[in-house]
Design a protein around this ligand. Structure first.
Ligand code: ADP
Ligand code: ZN
Ligand code: MG
Length: 480
């Protein structure tokens, strides 16, 4: 298969979550279910109406550009992209062509071409044929004129997985910036794949565009399907059948199908919209201030978690994608490193393990499970180092996620604390050492593992109540 080079470029639309629409004062509400509720003469294209630019939408795209480390245009303007379709009542979409707000930049190692601002279209509702009825289509204008950003990547992606990962990373970025909810299944974020396959690594193959994809999983499946389809055609000597076209993704059949041959930019007859002012962004926005006030970006947070906590990459991704959990974990880490004197790094790692392997599992299995206070959770982690076994720690965790309480109090009330009385333990440890001279000799001979069998015997003697860390410490001291 790797005698072919796969190239993918993405075009991603995201609805911006501004209060009002792009060029009128209508409410921007993606959840409005009653058709044609949030509409006015502007977004339904009545003659003689004039659009007004939504400043908040422009600001959102500037933020995205700054987060991508891209160039923010000084001069910018809006253009008309002309085409006829029932969901575009003006017969043109206001978009940006020559002077996008953002160009260049990079995300997740993928070079960005541009990010521009445009308006979303209305929604066509197709009602199927029924007995005695030919079926018909209706148009809902609630979405007409909703601010839409379009991000275009360079053709530098080389696998289906990389395309899916880029989409996920962009979704995370948009959510972090607070500019879009970016739910794929709600159509708030739409990923279009451009894919080509070539036997010559120095030349692009014919590009096919795939649309109608509503999850990141489907982005990957559609790309895999399309790559295989094109390679099979090339292998069959039927490369001429790969034509530049738009294909749809059929979620049920898990396959792509031809929709239409692709228009060229020429067909749209772009020209600057005479109804809107051209403008200089630097005269309207303080770009430096916007940059300084950006929230911590996912890449920055990743680096900070790695550096400050040293936890596993998989754990970091959990906190990056669950902001509430991330903030809570940061509080736990702060308490562990200031209030308790145990090994700070080890305790934060242990805390993360309990969160990701245990807490999240509990949360999944029971809707009543909620995060305990960071104080109580940190107390539990601290206890798990010396005063309770990991079995007991898990049991107490399961209790405090339902009824938050002090783990120390629970342990005392239920007699769950390990025996940490050194003098009492010393006696038992010495007894076990005396009655196992062979094992002690093996340990002294360099077999570290031999110690564990002694620990096991002591745990048995104490009916599991001894603190294993303390037992090990005492064993080492007394053997010496
Ligand atoms: P069009 O004019 O057809 O819209 P563009 O040059 O604007 O094409 O590119 C649209 C998208 O297609 C971009 O994301 C770009 O990276 C991608 N692209 C361009 N050429 C190829 C190719 N040969 N293979 C895969 N993707 C491509
Ligand atoms: Zn309107
Ligand atoms: Mg294009």
């Amino acid at each position: 298969m790797n005698k072919y080079t796969t190239t993918i470029g993405l075009e991603i639309h995201a609805e911006l979550n501004t209060n009002s629409k792009m060029f009128c004062g209508c409410v921007n509400n993606p959840d409005e279910e009653k058709p044609n509720t949030n509409i006015c003469p502007v977004c339904t294209a009545h003659p003689g109406t004039l659009p007004v630019i939504n400043k908040a939408a422009v600001l959102s795209v500037i933020k995205v550009g700054l987060a991508l480390n891209a160039r923010i245009a000084d001069f910018t303007e809006f253009d008309r992209k002309n085409y006829f379709y029932p969901d575009i009542p003006k017969a043109y979409q206001i978009s940006q062509y020559k002077y996008p707000i953002v160009s260049g930049g990079e995300l997740d190692g993928v070079a960005i071409t541009r990010v521009h601002l445009e308006e979303d279209t209305a929604n066509n509702k197709h009602l199927p044929e029924q007995a005695g009825d030919i079926g018909y289509s209706l148009v809902d204008f609630n979405r007409s004129g909703v601010p839409l950003m379009e991000l275009v990547t360079e053709p530098v992606i080389h696998s289906a997985k990389q395309a899916g990962d880029f989409g996920r990373e962009l979704q995370l970025l948009l959510r972090t910036l607070g500019v879009s909810e970016a739910n794929m299944d709600k159509g708030q974020m739409r990923v279009e794949l451009n894919i080509s396959v070539s036997a010559d690594p120095n030349k692009f193959g014919t590009k096919v565009e795939v649309k109608n994809i509503n999850s990141f999983r489907s982005v990957e499946r559609a790309a895999e399907y399309e790559i295989k389809r094109m390679i099979d055609l090339l292998e069959d000597g039927r490369g001429a059948e790969i034509v530049q076209e738009t294909r749809g993704w059929d979620e049920n059949k898990q396959s792509t199908f031809s929709q239409r041959s692709k228009e060229n930019a020429n067909d749209y007859r772009y020209f600057p919209d005479p109804d809107l002012p051209k403008f200089y962004l630097s005269k309207i926005f303080d770009i430096k201030k916007i940059k300084d006030e950006l929230p911590e970006l996912p890449a920055e947070k990743r680096a900070r978690y790695k550096n400050d906590y040293g936890i596993k990459d998989e754990d970091i991704e959990v906190y990056i994608n669950n902001q509430k959990l991330g903030i809570w974990f940061e509080n736990v880490a702060k308490i562990l490193s200031t209030k308790y004197i145990i090994d700070k790094d080890a305790s934060i790692k242990a805390a993360s393990n309990y969160v990701v392997s245990d807490y999240l599992g509990l949360e999944k299995s029971n809707p009543n499970v909620k995060l305990p206070s960071p104080e109580n959770f940190a107390e539990l982690i601290n206890m798990s180092f010396a005063q309770i076994s990991s079995r007991v720690a898990k049991d107490i965790l399961a209790m405090i996620v339902i009824n938050d309480a002090s783990p120390m109090k629970i342990a005392k009330e239920n007699n769950l604390l390990q025996n940490s009385d050194e003098n009492a333990l010393k006696e038992i440890v010495q007894k076990v050492i005396d009655s196992n001279p062979n094992i002690v000799a093996t340990y002294k001979g360099g077999k570290e593992n031999a110690l564990m069998s002694l620990v096991g015997q002591i745990m048995k003697e104490t009916k599991g109540s001894a603190n294993p860390a303390l037992v090990q410490k005492l064993l080492k001291e007394l053997i010496k």
